[in-house]
Ligand binder design. Structure first.
Ligand code: ADP
Ligand code: MG
Length: 352
């Protein structure tokens, strides 16, 4: 996965317009609300009586991704997921994206084609339309910025500021796998540096690596909540780890929270790889990033509607603001929850 011997066409051979045409030749329209897509001065969408949500995320080479172990197709797919996850976190349905790319001439056309293959695969899988973008050069490195649009019945919009004391805190899926996938890939990269002929055996870590390289946004959750007749009181997507998102949610809502360590959903693969790396799995779930699951709050009266659903785990509850934010450990200790970006992750074990 670290080597590339495929044919190369320089970007200058196609020119800007040729490149745009080439990259977008497989773009299809799935959404009736897309009135005009690529090819005019602007795209046109019509969400009729529904509200439109808009969100943007930018990924910068060397800051958000490392092409040594991130295949470009996966990068394209992931760049779309990062944005769709924000749309779903508003309880909305994602409908369109725009894609802006800056690439240096170090990238041949084939590389950008790979990137675009991931973007169009994501669009097809999630039935969203690529309706425009921008393509330009950069002096070094690759930058990809995606804007996603979505629609939602205004009454169903779920923001970060609606959590109330006694609401339940709910997490979708499981946590920590994407971060541990990154740890595994970084370890393999070091091995490869020492011995370029080493073939990484990632098979035992396939779930973790998949969660890191090919995350899926929770498109199903707004529909699931609607089917369960549950209107969350607040919602946020888990891009930086549970701690950081709980803090965002509590600060916006002016509330506190208790999270119970024993309730945090972990895949068995996370537990075993944490043992192998000698790291505490709770720390990983709290501070590891990029799971793209959703964190939301519901009124206690909705507990019966969600309790049996395998996609949803109640991990705690909301308290008064003055009570603060705490992790209640298995040993029944209360530890304050602190923000820990996953770059400063090395400090995260101090509280153990
Ligand atoms: P303009 O000069 O009006 O900004 P461009 O030449 O940049 O137009 O783009 C032409 C068309 O191609 C526009 O519809 C634009 O949205 C679209 N486009 C440009 N780059 C991309 C891209 N990377 N992905 C999708 N659409 C793109
Ligand atoms: Mg342009």
């Amino acid at each position: 996965m670290f080597e590339d011997n495929s044919p190369k066409t320089s970007l200058s051979e196609l020119g800007e317009f040729g490149l745009i045409d080439h990259l977008t030749r497989f773009v299809e329209i799935y959404q009736p609300s897309t009135l005009k897509g690529i090819g005019d001065d602007a795209a046109v969408i019509n969400h009729k009586d529904e509200a439109t949500v808009v969100t943007t995320d930018m990924l910068v080479e060397g800051v958000h991704f490392d092409l040594a172990y991130m295949p470009l197709k996966h990068l394209g797919y992931k760049a779309v997921m990062v944005n769709l996850s924000d749309v779903y976190a508003m309880n909305a349905e994602a409908t369109q994206i725009t894609v802006s790319i800056a690439a240096s001439n170090r990238f041949p056309v084939e590389a950008l084609e790979e990137l675009y293959a991931g973007i169009t695969l994501a669009a097809k899988t999630y039935k969203i339309d690529v309706i425009g973008g921008d393509t330009t050069s950069s002096t070094s490195g690759l930058v990809i910025s995606i804007t996603a649009l979505g629609k939602v019945n205004p009454e169903k919009i779920t923001s970060r500021d609606g959590a109330k004391p006694n609401d339940l805190l709910v997490v979708t899926g499981d946590l920590g796998a994407a971060y541990m996938g990154l740890q595994v890939l970084e370890r393999e990269k070091q091995v490869f540096k020492v011995n370029p002929n080493a073939q990484p055996d990632l098979e035992p870590y396939s779930y973790l690596v998949e969660r890191q390289l090919k995350p899926e946004a929770r498109k199903d959750i707004p529909g699931l909540l609607a089917a369960l007749e549950v209107q969350p009181t607040s919602m946020i997507d888990i891009s930086d780890g549970l701690s950081s998102e709980v803090i965002h949610l509590c600060k916006s809502s002016k509330v506190g929270a208790n999270i119970f360590e024993e309730k945090i959903p972990l895949d068995p693969a996370v537990i075993s790889v944490c043992e192998e790396f000698n790291i505490d799995s709770t720390t990983i779930a709290l501070n590891g990033g990029e799971d793209y699951e959703l964190l939301f709050t519901v009124d206690q009266k909705d507990f019966d509607k969600i309790k049996a659903n395998p996609n949803l785990t109640v991990v705690g509850h909301i308290t008064e603001e003055r009570e603060g934010m705490h992790l209640v450990t298995r040993g029944n200790q209360k530890i304050p929850i602190k923000a820990q970006g996953w770059n400063s992750f090395d400090d995260a074990n101090e509280e153990d």
